[in-house]
Write a new protein. Sequence first.
Length: 380
Amino acid sequence: MQDIPVVIVGGGLSGLYAAFLLEQKGIAYILLEARDTLGGRIAVAKYSDAPATNNSTDIDQAESSAAFDLGPSWFWPDYQTQLSSLIESLNLLRFAQFEEGDMMVERAANQPPVRMQGYKSAPPSVRLVGGMAALTDALYARLDASCIMTSQTVQQLNRTPQHIEVQSEDTSGHVTTFRAQHVLLALPPRLVEGRIAFQPALPQELSEQWRETATWMAPHAKYVAIYESPFWRDAGFSGAARSAIGPLTEIHDASTLENDGALFGFFGVPAQVRQSVSDTVLKEHCRAQLVRLFGDQASTPKAEYLKDWAQDPLTAMPADASGNGQHAVAPPSKPKTGVWQDCLIGCGSEWSAQFPGYVAGAIDAATVAVQSLPATILRQ
């Protein structure tokens, strides 16, 4: 049984940034991540012209390649200043989302798509060179790798008078127990409530609030098609489209700064329906839609990727499948009374009061959580 001042549960952006802040303060920690990779809902497809098998699971496979976001893509530096400052301090390159030109709109199945004047986001949407994973990779590179354990699923937290026992199981079924003074929950609230057992139980009202907090991206799926070049720009299109037909309801240019052409779209098909159709069929429908919108050149992408977050058990709970896909209001991040008071705090993005569910929310929530650690921890 290992003793450690702080255990971080979750290796997405909020968990990695919490670890980054703890290291700056000289506080010892262990980070436990259930996946075999870090990043959480930040995931990229990396395409290389080298021969490779391209299917829905080809994520992060190429060492030197163009990266396309399958999770969050954008941030807004004009008002997400803390995140913007962090990205700048990590020397990460950024570029504005391409929005020059007209957009396409599909209103009904019996009507052809309509070309209309596009519009630009205000404030501008910005992306990272290398995809949003460039941020999590940069943070991990600055951490002590010996403090980070992947393929570790936290199953139970037991509160004793002296500490919290954190029980974690690896892929072989071996259970390790860590004794912590404080636990940072770098997961969505609904996932914490549904996947981790608390002994004794959390206050009922708090548990219900966490369970009712929708997880951002959990009902969503994204499709990405990669082309030799962003050919739609030659015809004066921005790559943006809106559709009442689908399967994609919202489409954007996902090309890289180096002009690796790509389009991505959010599915409007409900999660339950998507699960009844194969990825192959879904991709066929996506390609057909892009042809309707942007012409025959869209029919032959050199690679395509599909990520259905609703089918990711480390992101979504069953309740998320019927969610409306909107950002939730942040619930309380910690118990105000009882034995769990002052030793447990949620620091996943959904707990951010400013930016719940956003990338910037992960940074905000982790900052608040680390700042709220008891003085006894900070002095260790």
